[in-house]
Design a protein around this ligand. Sequence first.
Ligand SMILES: *Cc1c(COP(=O)(O)O)cnc(C)c1O
Length: 400
Amino acid sequence: MVAPSLDKITSFTPPQRTLMGPGPSNINPRVLSAMSLPVIGHLDPAFAGMMEELKVLLRYGFQTKNPLTYPISGPGSVGMENCFVNMVSPGDKVIVCRNGVFGGRMIENVERSRGIPVIIDDTWGEPVDPNKVEDALKKNPDARIVAFVHAETSTGCESDAKLLAQIAHKHDAMVIVDTVTSLGGCPVLVDEWELDAVYSGTQKCLSCAPGLSPVTFSERAVDYVTKRKDKVQSWFMDLNLILNYWGNTARTYHHTAPVNALYGLHEAMVMVKEEGLENAWARHTLHHQALKAGFDVLGLQFVVKEESRLPQMNLVTIPEGIDEAAVRQELLNEFNLEIGAGLGPLAGKVWRVGLMGYTAQKESVILCLSALGSVLARKGYAVNAGAAEAAALKVYAAQK
Ligand SMILES: *Cc1c(COP(=O)(O)O)cnc(C)c1O
């Protein structure tokens, strides 16, 4: 891209897109209005009150009583790093499950925290194999932590977080769990599943702007971090310092909170509470079923087996002879519709169609089926025009 010349630059107006990729998803207008409210000081008592409410709302979202539940100032990746730098001390052995992109990033985080990763690989598109985790723990009785991704956005696959946590605890290991794509889209039951250090993101199923990462730490995890003898290598992320800011009501300055972004998350979480978590999960499932009915008619095959398929992230294989990038380009240019490309071993082989948060609604499903059907038809792929939309509508009709 050629650098634009300064004298030609004016205000930026983004196009209106339907975001059905791996995130960000569309943002509810209520969240956008909340973000445009006047800024106040981040030590203002009114702001402190909002923060206390936000912690309560996030505890509801995570289904936890953990006192240390708060939003980190930074995207999901910072939430990930936060969990690793606090939970992993130099020399610690960490079992890392990799069945997609984000498991790979966890390995990076262990290494950068000077830990020793023990890597368990599973095929992309399949869940983490609990037997391999159990074997690794038997072979490495000194492993302190098991880290895994609950909902792998790169593959659309869900792993059994409850079972993996049970196995880890049986061997006296804590768990670090990535719930960036699962929170708000399918059950994440932090207390019932006994998860220790959990991070998420705002821009996937919470219908909020990118840039914040809700996290929650079990008492056991907090106990570990507060008793650590060595200094956590990151000043910004050290929970021992953050505790004085988010942890109690007598706040001391740590960093300037992203005030307006937090208004947005507060509103997004109020909306989750109004809808009810169970209803939000059911909504993601319903629209996934409608999309699937349409994809079946279009002849698009799902990559992940039904029992571990995530409703909010649908991976389908690309039909023979179709230029996948050209299709995505046309969807964007002609229909203002974004869908995602495959990553790693799935690059060029799949599309990733997200149905997250505010995007998980009937209008997105019908638009996607009709736009994709029309673009595929133009590229010479036999499509029964209108039949995919009809199949989706049938799923909706059956709900009433
Ligand atoms: C998106 C995502 C992240 C990273 O979140 P960012 O907000 O992009 O930093 C981490 N893990 C998973 C599973 C994700 O889908």
